[in-house]
Ligand binder design. Structure first.
Ligand code: HEM
Length: 413
């Protein structure tokens, strides 16, 4: 059996050399040992961007992250949720002007507009549809074939599903996938290291949303975005700014994250063949706990950001109004105090109170039920057709302090 020490190389970094603001830190092999060191010795640390010198407070302890997430009065989302982007820099992100960058009660009111599409009941109704999509994708390949798992499988299921939910035409989907990649990959040389390139992609995504809303208003379909386009508040339709925000947020949030989870899941099943054999022995009974463990293992979003609304002293650390805070789910999800044997991929893990969908505050992931279902259905269908599927290359990671993305993973089916 693979042991923990195989994938947690010890770090030689001293405490003051660990900088979670540095995208290159996240490409190191020893990140988890470095995170463990921070958690033990400096669970609230100030980290600065290597380029601008501006920084943020890094929170890496599980309970502290829960506390920050729930205390939205002090740790606000309305000034931006990306600790690595500077407010007022002209950068626009998918959630700008929409619920993920609001606080209650405004956020609560906005979330109500879209909540009905993602309740457990609603998502249960989508089971057959999600399964058909997964079957259609895996049926394209033959046993023994080598594929790029990311572009051939993992990226496609979430994209097809969120685009169907939103009523996006099939021929436009590759274009939206490209925009979504560029939006979230703005620290990776392959997509354009310049953050303003990410902004350009986001603006295009938002403009597409405005155009689609106008079309859906003229000719409503049976999709979520037709419903959103028809919302009236005080007798008036939602402003374009808000329609653009809903569209870009749902496309971006529903896409990259689930793709990342599925890809890490494939890699984990390859590293832990006994877990794959276990899953194959009962793919229905183990569906939910497997999806949960894949999503913990992957931690697709490494951090979310918040901004202090006033001076706060927390556990002896004095923080000032206006300073940024990053809550690192990537660290919390490997905390041995919460997850026994955290580096063991264990599809029977119970309880599995991971923070991949957030620390439980008002912004807890709206798409969590949908994402879980996509993950388990995909692996049920993939392994039903290709029980021997396994990774045959190392993953090529995305350079990013926020998305734990994988750009390529060769898989032999
Ligand atoms: C494994 C896949 C996914 C992961 C790991 C993930 C992760 C997250 C995280 C970390 C947050 C912020 C939580 C916080 O700040 O407290 C979030 C919010 C959100 N997610 Fe997801 N997500 C996933 C899939 C999806 C999908 C499929 C959708 C599709 C609709 C979606 C839609 C959203 C939305 C709309 C928000 C903002 C909610 C709000 O501000 O009230 N996510 N997600």
């Amino acid at each position: 059996m693979t042991t923990t020490s195989d994938f947690v190389p010890a770090t030689e970094l001293g405490l003051d050399e660990i900088n979670l603001a540095d995208p290159d830190f996240w490409l190191r092999p020893d990140i988890h040992d470095a995170l463990a060191r921070l958690r033990a010795d400096q669970p609230i640390a100030w980290h600065e961007h290597p380029d601008s010198g501006k920084g943020f407070w890094s929170f890496v302890d599980y309970d502290d992250i829960v506390a920050v997430t729930r205390d939205w009065q002090h740790f606000s989302s309305r000034y931006g949720i990306r600790a690595h982007h500077d407010a007022g820099s002209g950068q626009v992100r998918p959630g700008t002007g929409i619920m993920i960058e609001m606080d209650p009660p405004e956020q609560t009111a906005n979330r109500k507009h879209v909540n009905a599409g993602f309740t457990p009941r609603q998502v249960r109704k989508m089971e057959d549809y999600v399964r058909n999509q997964a079957q259609r994708i895996v049926a394209e390949f033959q046993p023994g074939q080598e594929i790029d798992f990311v572009s051939d499988v993992a990226a496609r299921l979430p994209m097809e599903i969120i685009c169907d939910i939103m009523g996006v035409r099939s021929e436009d989907r590759p274009y939206l996938l490209d925009l979504s990649n560029r939006t979230l990959g703005d620290q990776d040389p392959e997509y354009g290291v310049d953050p303003m390139k990410g902004t350009e992609a986001t603006l295009e995504l938002r403009a597409y949303g405005v155009r689609l809303a106008a079309e859906r208003l003229a000719e409503p379909g049976d999709d979520l975005f037709s419903d959103i386009a028809r919302i009236q508040v005080d007798g008036k339709p939602l402003p374009e700014e808000q329609l653009a925000g809903y569209f870009a947020l749902l496309i971006a949030a529903g896409n990259e994250t689930t793709r990342t989870a599925i890809t890490h899941g494939m890699q984990a099943f390859s590293m832990f063949p006994e877990q794959k054999a276990l899953f194959l022995s009962d793919p229905v009974g183990l569906a939910q706990s497997t999806a949960e463990e894949i999503i913990r293992w992957a931690t697709p979003i490494k951090h979310m950001g918040r901004v202090l609304t006033e001076d706060v002293e927390y556990k002896g650390v004095q923080m000032r109004k206006g300073e940024k805070v990053a809550i690192w789910f990537a660290a919390a999800n490997r905390d041995p105090a919460i997850f026994p044997e955290p580096f063991q991929f264990d599809i029977t893990r119970d309880p599995n109170l991971h923070q991949s969908f957030g620390g439980g505050g008002p912004h807890f992931c709206l798409g969590a039920n949908l994402a879980r279902r996509e993950v388990w259905v995909l692996f049920q269908e993939l392994f039903a057709r290709f029980p021997d599927a396994r990774a045959v290359s190392d993953p090529r990671p995305l350079r990013s302090v926020q998305v734990n993305g994988i750009k390529e993973l060769k898989v032999k089916l």
